[in-house]
Design a protein around this ligand. Structure first.
Ligand code: ATP
Length: 351
């Protein structure tokens, strides 16, 4: 195995036995997952609620163990090691700060346990407070901070011991949208500065696309696809990924055959489709479909058109409002149109 692999899952499964009055049986929280996360990578586990992200993260941290399979941390099998013997740290969604301690004491906590000298401790706390842009806040109590500031304290506390891997379980979940977007950029910036491997759990596809070097898309305890944000978005390999990450048109059967000549199911993103007039000529390597605009939704920055295709099926098309006004776009309703998109912009679906 290459030395640059931080975490490796080898056929990892975690099965919970559930015994309740009304039901009993096995829950396959994680099923036969294999993946490699590289050293220094910002790696996201993305998926809907209950898809196995948190269970995977807990097994890396050591709070839970695989039913079968192995987890390797820098080449060492840690599957049966307790959390404190693993060089990883976790930031939880609820921050889990100590309320009776000051911010500075919270951040210093990991060093105090290791009995680091007071001078060294103060210096490292100052460095961390600078890193998370909380210089001057060390004397406050957590209750005297905003949600975003508490999140930064949790991050500083987790990073102060320079763990090899930082695990983040929906750490921005409690923040409002604007602060969340700001923290996404900051988190990525901090990760690049410290160079530590970040493993980030989220159900928010936009968040994963914004921050990650690579993403693993989870569904029902399995990984559907691993790739860079662009790979996942531009070329989803399953129907689930195409639908979960962004909006996509799925075309199959006879409708697909009329467009591509084959009935293999494919997806195409709405913004890749150009809305043209009936007589417009296609460029090279372009697919064409004709139909009637059934609905128009003006959204300021762009307009969403629903086009009913001749012979069945419909496609969503999104166009930026570069020159058009709301009046112009509304007139498109009922028009016959020709749709064009580059052949390279479709992804054929495995299932
Ligand atoms: P969320 O985004 O809601 O946190 P998740 O993707 O992190 O979801 P997990 O928490 O990993 O999902 O849960 C995966 C599946 O395993 C779910 O069906 C869940 O109910 C089940 N599960 C998790 N922990 C346990 C447990 N201790 N006992 C029984 N079932 C569990």
């Amino acid at each position: 195995m290459s030395a640059s692999v931080a975490i490796e899952f080898k056929n990892v499964s975690r099965i919970f036995s559930v015994k309740q009055e009304d039901q009993s049986g096995d829950v396959k929280a994680v099923e036969n997952v294999s993946l490699q996360i590289r050293d220094g990578e910002f790696f996201s586990l993305l998926g809907p609620s209950g898809s196995g992200k948190t269970t995977s993260l807990r097994m890396i941290a050591g709070f839970d163990r695989p039913t079968s399979g192995q987890i390797l941390l820098y080449g060492q099998d840690v599957s049966s090691l307790p959390p404190y013997e693993r060089d990883v740290n976790t930031v939880f969604q609820d921050y889990a700060l100590f309320p009776h301690m000051t911010v500075g004491e919270n951040v210093a906590y990991g060093l105090m346990i290791k009995k680091v000298s007071k001078i060294e401790c103060e210096k490292r706390v100052d460095d961390m407070m600078d890193l998370v842009q909380l210089t001057g806040f060390a004397g406050r109590k957590p209750s005297q901070l905003s949600g975003g500031q508490r999140q930064r304290v949790a991050l500083a506390r987790a990073l102060i011991n320079h763990p090899k891997v930082l695990l983040l379980d929906e750490p921005l979940g409690a923040l409002d949208l604007k602060l969340r977007q700001q923290m996404q950029i900051e988190l990525k910036f901090i990760q690049q500065r410290v160079g530590i491997t970040f493993i980030f759990v989220t159900h928010d596809q936009e968040e994963a696309l914004t921050m990650s070097d690579r993403i693993a898309v989870f569904n029902h305890g399995r990984i559907e696809q691993i790739g860079t944000p662009a790979e996942i978005y531009e070329h989803p390999i399953t129907q689930f990924v195409a639908g979960f990450v962004g909006v996509s048109n799925l075309v199959s059967g006879e409708v697909a055959k009329r467009i591509t000549g084959s009935d293999v199911k494919f997806s195409v993103r709405p913004e890749k489709i150009h809305l043209g007039m009936l007589g417009d000529k296609p460029e090279a390597d372009t697919f064409i479909a004709e139909g009637k605009v059934r609905d128009v939704i003006y959204l300021g920055l762009y307009t969403r058109y629903l086009v009913e295709l001749d012979g069945g099926g419909d496609l969503v098309v999104v166009e930026q409002n570069l020159k058009t006004t709301s009046m112009d776009v509304m007139q498109a309703r009922g028009q016959l149109v020709r749709l064009f998109w580059k052949k390279e912009h479709i992804s054929y679906m495995g299932d």
